[in-house]
Design a protein. Structure first.
Length: 475
């Protein structure tokens, strides 16, 4: 490993020098809770329940074919290249500047779209917490715009203060997510004792029907729900002992995440038929129904749902802060203007980058509402973002397979097999992302919108990179 470290230091001494200026605020517990907060995406339970009673088999297949391979590859790359910027720097060093820039571009746009959809989530969760009289809130576009504006404003403030403050928001979100989903998982176990409904099978092993729809649901459960272990590596330069901390965090967080996904999906289906599950807020919807039969819904349901809201807020905080680091690191590499690299003199945060991203995120949240209903808009924004994320993941899985050996990439056979499995599943997700898992008025229009957005933004990214490169050469 010492030879690898020497090679890496020579390949990217500039980034390591820059990241030495950053505060080292993250320890192992912070990173583990950040992994749980980020990877456990509550909205994807709405996709998982579309599989019905066969969800457990699909989850187990997803864990075997994607989740475990992802954990192995990310752990390897974290130890090899513990650099601020994470996957962006891995791709740039393993391939070239152009590949690194496009990976960062897709990651950045993914985060913008991810945070843009949180306005929908906030309004939906508050509607469930307040009860049936507040159902109108979930379909109010003006309320969604106001929620998005308030959220983005709060994220700017916390991100500007840095991870010394932001990590406590993330830590609280990770811990409260485990508590709230734990309540949901336990509810069906106690219901049969009260005669509420019949037998409950938390791990039904039902073979799924083979169809294009079930395959589309599987890929969205697999990549959409289980991706994300590499994301916290964007903050490598702000971790204490990043190579060791980031690698160990994967080992601690992975079994907790797998357990929460499988058994929470079973609990949702114990209370709701798959066709009646709200795509945006499946967990608060199930909690409302489940707690109602205990006679405690008026007290416990709002509290538990607001606990889940903490997950959304903390995830938004984590992703928004991470997105501000990508332009900063790209500026270090002279792929973006130095304007993005300016740090706050006290908090050492990239304030210019934060303000720029806030503006783009809010615009994206408003544009997503134009011409469609709230559930279709949410689905479109979500799938656009995760498809762009999928393109970045294809590059990540390619690194152990064909990445440059000049930075010490020498994977074993098992890691190569893991990378092949992850690459194949991710590619399947990207190809099938054009097929909706909800009823939409015009599926063809839905598909073309997705294709146009993905191709269009990557074409724009290539143009921006080419222009920036030419300008740098002239200077």
């Amino acid at each position: 490993m010492s030879t690898t470290r020497t090679t890496l230091a020579g390949a990217d001494a500039g980034v390591q020098a820059h990241q030495a200026e950053l505060r080292k605020d993250l320890g192992l517990l912070d990173v583990v809770l950040a992994q749980i907060t980020y990877v456990v995406t509550l909205e994807f339970f709405g996709t998982a329940v579309k599989a019905g009673s066969s969800h457990a088999v699909l989850w187990l297949a997803a864990i075997l074919l994607f989740f475990v391979p992802q954990a192995l590859v990310v752990r390897y790359l974290n130890q090899l290249m513990p650099l601020e910027g994470g996957l962006y720097e891995w791709a740039r060093l393993a391939f070239n500047d152009a590949t690194g820039f496009l990976v960062a571009w897709n990651l950045w746009l993914f985060v913008v779209l991810l945070v843009a959809e949180y306005g929908f989530v906030l309004v939906t969760y508050f509607a469930f917490a307040l009860g049936p009289s507040a159902a109108w809130m979930a379909s109010s576009k003006w309320l969604t715009v106001l929620a998005s504006a308030a959220l983005v404003g709060g994220l700017v403030w916390v991100s500007a203060l840095g991870l010394r403050v932001g990590k406590w928001v993330t830590n609280a979100g990770g811990a409260l997510t485990v508590v709230a989903l734990g309540v949901l998982i336990l509810l069906p176990v106690f219901h049969p004792m009260r005669g509420t409904f019949g037998s409950y099978h938390p791990l039904p092993l039902v073979r799924p029907a083979f169809s294009l729809f079930s395959l589309s649901v599987f890929t969205k459960m697999t990549f959409g729900a289980l991706c994300g272990f590499e994301f916290v590596a964007i903050f490598a330069g702000e971790c204490r002992n990043p190579a060791r901390t980031l690698a160990r965090s994967v080992l601690f967080a992975a079994p907790i995440i797998a357990f929460l996904y499988v058994f929470s999906t079973s609990a949702i289906l114990a209370f709701l038929p798959s066709g009646q599950v709200n795509l945006i807020g499946p967990v608060p919807q199930a909690l409302s129904v489940g707690l109602n039969s205990f006679g405690l819904a008026n007290i416990l349901a709002p509290v538990t749902i607001l606990l889940l809201l903490a997950n959304t807020l903390s995830t938004a905080n984590l992703t928004f802060s991470a997105s501000s680091r990508l332009p900063m690191v790209a500026g270090w590499d002279n792929l973006l203007p130095k304007w993005f690299t300016r740090l706050h003199p006290k908090y050492k945060t990239p304030t210019n980058s934060i303000l720029f991203i806030a503006s783009v995120t809010f615009v994206a949240s408003v544009v997503g509402l134009i011409g469609v209903n709230e559930e279709e808009a949410f689905s479109l924004i979500q799938i656009w973002g995760f498809t762009l994320y999928g393109l970045a993941y294809l590059v990540m899985f390619a690194i152990p397979l064909v990445g440059s050996r000049t930075v010490g990439i020498q994977p074993g056979v098992w890691l190569r097999l893991a990378a092949c499995s992850g690459f194949t599943v991710t590619l399947l997700f990207v190809v099938l992302s054009v097929f909706p898992v909800i009823d939409v008025p015009n599926p063809v229009s839905y598909a073309w919108k997705t294709v146009a957005v993905v191709v269009g933004v990557n074409t724009l990214g290539a143009i921006l990179y080419t222009r920036r490169k030419k300008r740098s050469q002239l200077c």
